[in-house]
Write a protein that binds this ligand. Structure first.
Ligand code: RNT
Ligand code: ZN
Length: 416
């Protein structure tokens, strides 16, 4: 049935000038970085305090992963239901300590992540990494931009430690590690001094990048943000700061589509960034009225983001990661829905007659362009997607959800 439906969809797409086999070949090789923090509401394992830094996971759905073992099992479960090979995205706060052992953020070492390397190796996954500049007693309200020199140095050492750990991941796994720096630093109310904190942040980043590392193995990124809860008036790491810093220092910009003004879209920023930098990183998320980090859906902006990557031939230049944390629904479903939707958005983009559309634009034939774009929306992409799932040995359509429900009844229900 699935094969037959694929054969007929393939023919229809062929008539529109689209090669479905080639699209699937491309899709199969796109690795998306699945963020570990959806599994435990961004709590991590190195401290017991609340989530800080102006981000928030809301909801109290049962079954949150409480230990590294539970988190790994849950990620495994999700990965079994997602087609293709991917990466996992870790935060420094997910260090796994031996019994009785503890290392503060500035003293983290590769060995504290050995369990994650073993996990990734066995499954052929890559690892991306993030220093954790939040949920820590020294993180309020400033980290790398702190006027307190001792605190600032602490966080500089943390950044440097994370570069060493990132290189360890890359070397152990034979895949580059994308290391993303995001700081929550900011102010609730009108600043007296906007420049000072940014100057200190700039100096701190210079010091972190002073840690020698192999640029072919570790891609350091800088993520900007417009506001956070409790930092409504000012963020140190604004878009202009981050884009300029990254361009000047030859590191990557990371754009999170929850981090801009509500009518500003990341999809439109992608081609401009691609003209000026070799590589680019994204956090794909869904902002509902604010940076709420809802699960990624197959919505217009997700499709438009995928389109800008595919149409500009940038599949190998854009590092894709997901970033959301919804504690109000089954957390494994949240991963599977988001990952599969990112892939569906990429597939949708890969199944468009891009050459013909571009030509119509250049000829000024906007009527036919609109007609074609709208017609392509109802082409049988679902048949191509199901075939892809079957090819990758994962459940087709919504069949995966029954497995999550079983897992919930058997495993998650016992987590009190
Ligand atoms: C916060 C940023 C950041 C975090 C993760 C946990 O607004 O988006 O990327 O969500 O690092
Ligand atoms: Zn983000």
């Amino acid at each position: 049935m699935i094969q037959e439906r694929y054969a007929s969809a393939r023919k229809l797409y062929q008539q529109a000038g689209v090669d479905t086999d080639r699209a699937l070949e491309t899709l199969k090789n796109i690795r998306i970085s699945m963020h570990c923090w959806q599994g435990d509401d961004v709590r991590g394992f190195d401290q017991d305090g609340p989530l800080s830094g102006g981000i928030q996971a809301t909801g109290n759905y049962p079954g949150r992963a409480r230990t590294p073992r539970e988190l790994m099992a849950d990620m495994d479960m999700a990965m079994r239901l997602i087609p293709g090979s991917h990466k996992i995205n870790l935060h420094a706060s997910y260090a796994v300590f031996e019994k009785g052992e503890f290392a503060d953020r500035d003293a983290l070492k590769p060995k504290h992540f050995q369990k994650w390397v073993e996990f990734a190796k066995e499954r052929g996954l890559g690892i991306d990494f993030n220093p954790t500049f939040f949920s820590h007693p020294k993180a309020e309200p400033f980290t790398l931009s702190s006027p307190d020199e001792e605190i600032r140095q602490f966080w500089i050492r943390h950044g440097q430690a994370c570069i060493r750990i990132s290189q360890y991941f890359a070397e152990q796994l034979g895949q580059p590690c994308v290391m993303n720096i995001w700081i929550p630093d900011g102010l609730k109310d009108v600043p007296a001094d906007r420049l000072g904190p940014r100057a200190r942040f700039k100096d701190s980043l210079d010091k972190i990048l002073g840690q020698p590392y192999d640029k072919t193995k570790v891609y350091v990124c800088l993520e900007s943000k417009v506001f956070g809860i409790g930092m409504e008036s000012y963020t140190v790491g604004s878009s202009e700061f981050c884009v300029n810093y990254a361009a000047q220092k030859g590191i990557l910009s990371l754009m999170d589509n929850g981090h801009y003004h509500p009518t500003e879209v990341v999809s439109d920023k992608i081609p401009s960034m691609l003209l000026f930098s070799e590589k680019l990183a994204l956090h794909v998320t869904r902002a509902v009225r604010w940076d709420s980090d809802h699960v990624v859906l197959l919505d217009d902006e997700t499709k438009e983001i995928a389109k800008e990557i595919v149409r500009n031939g940038a599949v190998d230049r854009v590092f894709l990661a997901l970033d959301y944390f919804d504690a109000s629904i089954n957390r494994i479903s949240a991963w599977v829905v988001g990952m599969r939707n990112m892939q569906k958005a990429l597939l949708f983009a890969l199944l468009q007659p891009a050459g013909r559309m571009k030509q119509l634009q250049e000829e000024g034939n906007f009527t036919e362009l609109m007609v074609l774009q709208e017609e392509m929306k109802l082409y049988p992409m679902g048949d191509v997607w199901n075939y892809f799932c079957e090819m990758c040995n994962v459940p087709v359509e919504g069949a995966w959800y029954a497995q999550v429900k079983d897992y919930e009844a058997q495993i998650l229900a016992d987590r009190k």
